[in-house]
Design a protein around this ligand. Structure first.
Ligand SMILES: [Zn+2]
Ligand SMILES: [Zn+2]
Length: 174
């Protein structure tokens, strides 16, 4: 028995799976200030939601979205998707008041069509962000939270407490 080869092939399999996970799992991050101790809470860039029969929206946490949706609705995931009851909320940050919140697109982005992983790993574009107004101040000044920072392809957001600016601090990948 070639034990060495067996071990190596398992490790290679593990590595490729880990690499795939890193590409497709949603980011967990903080927004921190460059000039003071301000820090917005740990959050994920996106999460799945399901519409209940009574019109309420419930969160389906990662990685048990399908199980949660089935448990609380009694309906299987593919059927919920077909009925357009599965949605995704994405973190957007306001350049006017610095508030970060989660917004659900009226057209659902392309999430549901791409499946669960495509939905939660989707990074909203600046164009998509402009379809919303801030839930806190009502101004149309939202940018994708994962692009907050200063520099190339970044969107500058002022700190609510000082003259500094907010930066993305990646905590992990869920
Ligand atoms: Zn600050
Ligand atoms: Zn605002």
């Amino acid at each position: 028995m070639d034990r060495h080869r067996h071990t190596r092939s398992l490790r290679e399999l593990g590595d490729s799976r880990r690499a795939d996970s890193l590409l497709f799992m949603p980011l967990i991050f903080n927004l921190v200030c460059s000039g003071c101790s301000f820090s917005d809470e740990v959050r994920s860039a996106a999460y799945a939601v399901v519409d209940m029969e009574d019109g309420r929206e419930e969160i389906c946490p990662h990685p048990v979205e399908r199980l949660t949706a089935r448990r609380i609705t009694g309906v299987e995931w593919p059927e919920l998707v077909r009925a357009k009851r599965v949605g995704y909320r994405y973190a957007l940050t306001c350049q006017a008041c610095s508030k970060t919140d989660y917004y659900r697109s009226a057209r659902g982005f392309r999430g549901p069509a791409q499946g669960l992983i495509g939905g939660i790993a989707h990074v909203p574009s600046s164009k998509e962000a402009r379809e919303f107004v801030c839930s806190s101040c009502g101004r149309p000044a939202l940018v994708p939270s994962t692009r907050v920072g200063r520099g190339w392809r970044k969107q500058e957001v002022a700190c609510p407490n000082c003259a500094g600016h907010l930066e993305l601090a990646v905590i992990g990948i869920s």
